[in-house]
Design a protein around this ligand. Sequence first.
Ligand SMILES: [Zn+2]
Length: 413
Amino acid sequence: MYTCDKSRLEGTVNEFSSFGSTPNKGVTRLCFSQEDIEVRNYFKNCCEELGLDVVWDDMGNMYATLAGKKDIPPIVIGSHLDSVEKGGRFDGVLGVLTGLEVVKTLIDHKEEQIAPIVVMNFTNEEGARFDPAMMSSGVLANKFEKEKMLQSTDKNGMTFKEALEASGFAGHKANRLKQASAYLELHIEQGPVLESEKLEIGVVEGVLGMVCYEITITGESNHAGTTPMQLRKDPFFLATDLISAMRRELSKIDDALVFTMGRVTVTPNIHTVIPDKVVFTLEARHQDPAKIREVEEVIFDLPKEENGCKVSFEKLWSRDTVEFNEAICQHIQHACEEYNYSSKRMYSGAGHDAQFMASYIPSAMIFVPSVNGKSHCEEELTSFEDCAKGANVLLRTVLALQKSISKQELKTL
Ligand SMILES: [Zn+2]
């Protein structure tokens, strides 16, 4: 049983990280920045040198195709080459480059493919320059309206449309991925679970559902020195009481529930003034929609009025849990067993292009461990040993899928 080439993969990851490299071994490759355009062209050249056919669609999503014996729906391996500001060398890019490594390995072994294999680079997965994240997989899956996305603007007032057109990667809508027999995405875990449990591979069964609310508490501003305590309508003191109480209630729901109060705004935020308004967010994620509803109950139970302050809330957004394709998860698990890699079934707490692709293509993901669970920062690291193991699992999964496709093809003869 052959494997991918670890040192070749290491070399490729290092080459790609030179585009937009930062002093501390990270990368900044915002969507359609000079660095992103350069890495796209480099990716295109690497693929064409291997004899792959490279096209891009009207959102700039790139498709590099290794022809199969039959012109049937392909097996797609994808992720993204863009990064956040001072991001890591592995987030996204590893999914594209392990895809490329799989293709190189298949070519080395003259392994004939029945279905074509497509290695994909999704445009603007991070949403770091143009909101929202996973923009282009969202357009492919009809989750986002293209016209709206084109108007998304960066902090300098440039629209996504202008950046797309200037990049040279505005292709034809006809090139969009319409059908595939499978979508596979290898990604760093971006969390500490695999490392802390000393596991090599995560078989990702889905993406956690989530909900995000904004809670507003309105009181009354006044002088910090002249207003007696009992005459104040201080929304910040009420906020701290409510936040503590909510934390206690949320902790009781389920051990697997994760929740975050990540944004707090106190107005006017002056040390000599009693605040008049506090706005904070509560975001929670869990696999089971019933647990998410329990989170919402905690919010619904907040007092409407207390200590002279008014409390209101608004749902900012939510996402249903996405379940990946079980047959593909089983192929991934078998691949781990074949190589004797330790693995576990898990859900992704973070969003990925795969969650949108799963709406119209049978999809699943492979996680590899993140050192110290760190991601979206320069310290992001996965050992090349683990990267290569992930690539091997991807390779074996592709071969297993090809096998089952050829069985089906025989049946239809
Ligand atoms: Zn990513």
